[in-house]
Design a protein around this ligand. Structure first.
Ligand code: ADP
Length: 216
């Protein structure tokens, strides 16, 4: 796969490790990761009108409206860094969003589905921490105690995302199975689906994802 064949969608449940794998592919192909979740959290952080409008959806684990997401996508994909391709992380999440991409003339090359069992997800997200400054993700397993939970890159105290509370995680999973999982069939029908394990050892993740994509 070379340049020009690099319009990639990441699929997978919340906490499956989509973001980690998106970053690995992004570095290998030098194309940006576009995460609608990140864009929305940034808007909330900055207190914009959009941020105010979507805050309660994110806090409760509901999806933001297709209209809002499609607007964000249109704007972001028109930026010059998307010219050689991009990786969509967390979008499309509904059939309407997938069809909107097509209506913009965007032909997705690959949909990478990160596969993991449900029981692992709740545990994983309960221990997930993020750096509030640079967004780098961690798991509490790495740390002996909570006073050690500092970002290795910028030294900031790590935070827990509000929507990683157990009840909200269960709602996010419910929404995922209802609205997003059907997209796997959708991309499979056009032979675009690539499945990767979300349960690899840390040291194997990069090798396995790049191999599955024919990039090693
Ligand atoms: P995760 O994949 O871990 O659930 P994200 O960071 O991708 O988390 O998304 C967080 C929240 O942002 C979602 O629960 C939802 O409220 C909102 N969101 C992000 N992307 C979309 C999308 N494509 N469509 C609708 N809502 C979205």
């Amino acid at each position: 796969m070379g340049k020009g064949r690099s319009k990639i969608v990441m699929l997978g449940a919340p906490g499956s490790g989509k973001g980690t794998r998106a970053k690995i592919i992004s570095e290998r192909l030098s194309i940006p990761v576009i995460s609608t979740g990140e864009i929305l959290r940034e808007e909330i952080h900055k207190g914009t009108d959009l941020g105010k409008q979507v805050k309660s959806d994110l806090d409760s684990g509901k999806l933001v409206s297709d209209e809002t997401i499609n607007g964000i996508l249109k704007k972001r994909l028109s930026m010059p860094d998307c010219e050689n391709g991009f990786i969509l992380d967390g979008v499309p999440r509904t059939l309407t969003q997938a069809k909107y991409l097509e209506s913009m003339g965007i032909d997705i090359d690959y949909a990478v589905s990160v596969e993991i069992e449900d029981e692992k997800i709740v545990d994983r997200l309960a221990g997930r921490r993020v750096c509030p400054n640079c967004g780098r993700g961690y798991h509490t397993d790495m740390f002996a105690d909570s006073s050690d939970e500092l970002c290795e890159d910028c030294g900031c105290k790590l935070a827990k995302r509000k929507d990683d509370e157990e009840e909200t995680v269960r709602e996010r999973l419910r929404v995922y199975y209802e609205l997003t999982e059907p997209l796997k069939d959708y991309y499979e029908q056009s032979n675009k689906l690539i499945k990767v394990s979300g349960d690899d050892k840390l040291s194997e993740i990069a090798k396995n994802v790049l191999r599955a994509m024919g990039l090693d």
